[in-house]
Design a protein around this ligand. Structure first.
Ligand SMILES: Nc1ncnc2c1ncn2[C@@H]1O[C@H](COP(=O)(O)OP(=O)(O)OP(=O)(O)O)[C@@H](O)[C@H]1O
Ligand SMILES: Cc1ncc(CO)c(N)n1
Length: 269
C-alpha cells in the first residue's frame, strides 16, 4: 500500500487540518500518517485557541515516521512559526522526501489567522523551493506574489511569478473568491486550467486541506501531477456534492461520501 504523511495542525471540529487530511487520504486509498504542528481549538465559526508543539517535538515526530514507514508523498499544511518551518525543511532534506505538496495556509475559512507575519518569509524561503506543487488560494497568491488578483489573467500572472521565483509548480485555486471551481496549474513556463463544476454549497470548511491531501495521495499512488489534480478535484466535488450540513458556520464536507452506497458504512453502523 502506498503511504502519505501530513505535516499540519489539528482541527478539533474535524473538517480541516490533520483530521481532513486523514479522512481524505483514507478515502483516496493510501495509508495516512501525521506529524502535528499545533493543536487548534476550532469549530465552524472560528478558531478559539492555538497550542503549538515545539520545533524539537515536531522533528521527533518526523523522525519517527521516516525511520519506520517511509511516506511516498508529503503534504504540508498549517505551520504557524519560523522555528517549525525550519524544522520541517531540515528534516525533509535529511530524509530526501519526494512528492511534497505545500498548502500555504494563512487564514481559516472562518477568517482566523493561522500563521505569524514573520513565518511567511520563512515559508517562501525554505518550503516553497521544496514543493512539487504549491496550492495557494487567491488571498495566499496575492501575499506570495505581491500582486493583486482580481481576474483569471491576474491568476496566470501571479502564478507565473511564484512558479518562476520559487521553482515549483503552482496550483492557484479560484475557490470562493473568484470562480469557485476553476483552478490554474502553472508549471515550467506553461499553464493549464482545471475547470470543475461549481457546487452550490456554502459549507466549505477545509476545502483547501482536502484538495492538497487528495493531490498528495494521488501522487503517492504514482499518478502524474495533472492526473493527481484531476482526481483530487473529482474527490472534492463529490465531498461537496454530498451536501453535509453541520455546525453554525461554514461547515465541513462529507469526506466519506464514497464509502456510502457500497453497504460499508451501513453494515458497520
Ligand atoms: N463551490 C464549489 N464547487 C466546486 N468546487 C469548489 C467550490 N469551492 C471550492 N472548490 C474547489 O475546492 C478546492 C479548494 O479551493 P478553495 O479556494 O476553496 O481553497 P481554500 O480557500 O484554500 O480553502 P480553505 O477554506 O480550507 O482555506 C479548489 O479545487 C476549488 O476549485
Ligand atoms: C488546523 C487547520 N489547518 C488549516 C485550516 C485551513 O482551512 C484550518 N482551518 N485549520
Amino acid at each position: 500500500m502506498k503511504t502519505a504523511l501530513t505535516i499540519a495542525g489539528s482541527d478539533s471540529s474535524g473538517g480541516a487540518g490533520i483530521q481532513a487530511d486523514l479522512k481524505t487520504m483514507i478515502a483516496n486509498g493510501v495509508y495516512a500518517m501525521t506529524a502535528i504542528t499545533a493543536l487548534t481549538a476550532q469549530n465552524t465559526t472560528g478558531v478559539q485557541g492555538i497550542f503549538e508543539v515545539t520545533p524539537e517535538f515536531l522533528e521527533q515526530q518526523i523522525d519517527s515516521v521516516f525511520t519506520d514507514i517511509r511516506p511516498d508523498a508529503v503534504k504540508i499544511g498549517m505551520v504557524s512559526s519560523v522555528g517549525l518551518i525550519e524544522s520541517i525543511a531540515k528534516k525533509l532534506k535529511q530524509y530526501e522526501a519526494e512528492k511534497i505538496v505545500v498548502d500555504p495556509v494563512m487564514v481559516a475559512t472562518s477568517g482566523s489567522r493561522l500563521i505569524s507575519e514573520d513565518a511567511i518569509g520563512a515559508l517562501k524561503e525554505l518550503l516553497l523551493p521544496m514543493a512539487t506543487v504549491l496550492t495557494p488560494n487567491i488571498p495566499e497568491t496575492e501575499v506570495l506574489s505581491g500582486m493583486e488578483v482580481k481576474t483569471a489573467d491576474d491568476m496566470i500572472a501571479a502564478a507565473k511569478y511564484i512558479s518562476e521565483t520559487y521553482h515549483c509548480a503552482v496550483l492557484c485555486k479560484g475557490g470562493h473568491q473568484l470562480n469557485d471551481a476553476n483552478d490554474l496549474l502553472y508549471r515550467n513556463g506553461d499553464y493549464k486550467w482545471f475547470n470543475g463544476k461549481r457546487i452550490d454549497n456554502p459549507n466549505t470548511h477545509g476545502t483547501g486541506c482536502t484538495l492538497s491531501s487528495a493531490i498528495a495521495s494521488n501522487l503517492a499512488k504514482g499518478y502524474d501531477l495533472d492526473t493527481a489534480v484531476e482526481r483530487a478535484k473529482a474527490y472534492i466535488s463529490g465531498a461537496l456534492a454530498a451536501m453535509l450540513d453541520l455546525g453554525q458556520g461554514s461547515g465541513p464536507m462529507d469526506h466519506g461520501f464514497d464509502f456510502r452506497g457500497k453497504g460499508f458504512a451501513e453494515e458497520k453502523a
